[in-house]
Design a protein around this ligand. Sequence first.
Ligand SMILES: [Zn+2]
Ligand SMILES: [Zn+2]
Length: 83
Amino acid sequence: MSKYVCCSCGNVFDEDEIESWIEYHGLEYSGEHWCGSPCCQENYVDAYECDCCGEIINTDRYVEIDDKKYCWDCVTIKRLEDI
Ligand SMILES: [Zn+2]
Ligand SMILES: [Zn+2]
């Protein structure tokens, strides 16, 4: 199952936890379908697992190297090791 990250607070949640609701703008309007994170009802992005430590990357700060994704911590460590 895909995991997602709340853009507002960084909370990680499963696909089936996504909140959806209908927003009504006035009485005649049939309503607009919205979906968002279960915590903040905000936008969310795909969560990736770090290919190095396996941690969920709960931020948009990650680095892609050779089709692998690394969290910021691992990239920092990797850089230190490589030098
Ligand atoms: Zn949130
Ligand atoms: Zn990592």
